[in-house]
Design a protein around this ligand. Structure first.
Ligand SMILES: [Zn+2]
Length: 223
């Protein structure tokens, strides 16, 4: 039982380590996502600034052209174009303001994601280190338990060992108590023969091991 418990514990360690590593990866991914978002917003802002710049340049050109226009209606038409262009610039500037606000928010998210990893990383790393140490300790305990099992086997006798090994290969634990008339392995009712065998009232349990009639496990009386 001790050996089995240790085997199960050793087996569980890699998944525990993987879970911590997943947390680290998720926190790093959050930083990356925030970084990408920020970069995209800054590119959009640059593009807008370029658009605003060229619109302003165009207004300058229109104004210069307007100076040389003699006809009144053409002069007014050019004035109208300049106004339209100014309206467009106003709209672009409005969008630029929205972007600047979004950039501020993205910067906050980026800083928060970085801070979260910074806060948690040493805890994560400590946890992984502890899990690795635990694995090492469990493995040496397991080696000791395996040695104990090997040392205990010869005294049991070949016939009983064969029975034990056959059960152990498919139904662990192989040796279970009878609890309230039921097998501690399969939880079904055991026959009165099996029960009296376990109580030491039938055949000598050292000669014939009492077993559960349902699952075949070796049963013993806890008293
Ligand atoms: Zn049973």
């Amino acid at each position: 039982m001790k050996r089995l418990a240790l085997e199960a514990q050793v087996k569980a360690v890699p998944a525990d380590i993987a879970r911590v590593e997943q947390k680290i990866a998720a926190e790093k991914a959050a930083i990356e996502a925030a970084r990408t978002e920020l970069r995209d917003l800054e590119v959009k802002k640059k593009t807008l600034e370029t658009e605003i710049g060229s619109a302003e340049q165009k207004i300058g050109q229109y104004k210069t052209q307007q100076l040389s226009i003699k006809k009144n209606d053409e002069y007014q038409a050019m004035g109208h174009q300049i106004e339209t262009m100014q309206g467009q610039i106003g709209e672009l500037e409005g969008r630029e303001l929205e972007l600047m606000y979004a950039i501020d928010e993205a910067k906050k998210r980026f800083a928060a994601a970085e801070a979260e990893l910074k806060t948690n990383i040493s805890g994560h790393e400590t946890r992984i280190r502890m899990l690795r140490e635990r694995e090492t300790n469990l493995r040496s305990e397991l080696t000791a338990a395996e040695a104990e099992v090997a040392a205990a086997r010869p005294a049991v006798g070949d016939q009983r060992l064969r029975l034990y090994d056959r059960i152990a290969s498919r139904n662990m634990p192989a040796v279970v108590p009878i609890v309230a008339g039921k097998c501690g392995g399969c939880h079904l009712k055991v026959s009165s023969e099996a029960e009296s065998g376990a109580r030491g009232k039938g055949a000598d349990p050292l000669v014939v091991l009492p077993t559960c009639d349902q699952c075949g496990r070796i049963v013993y009386w806890e008293g």
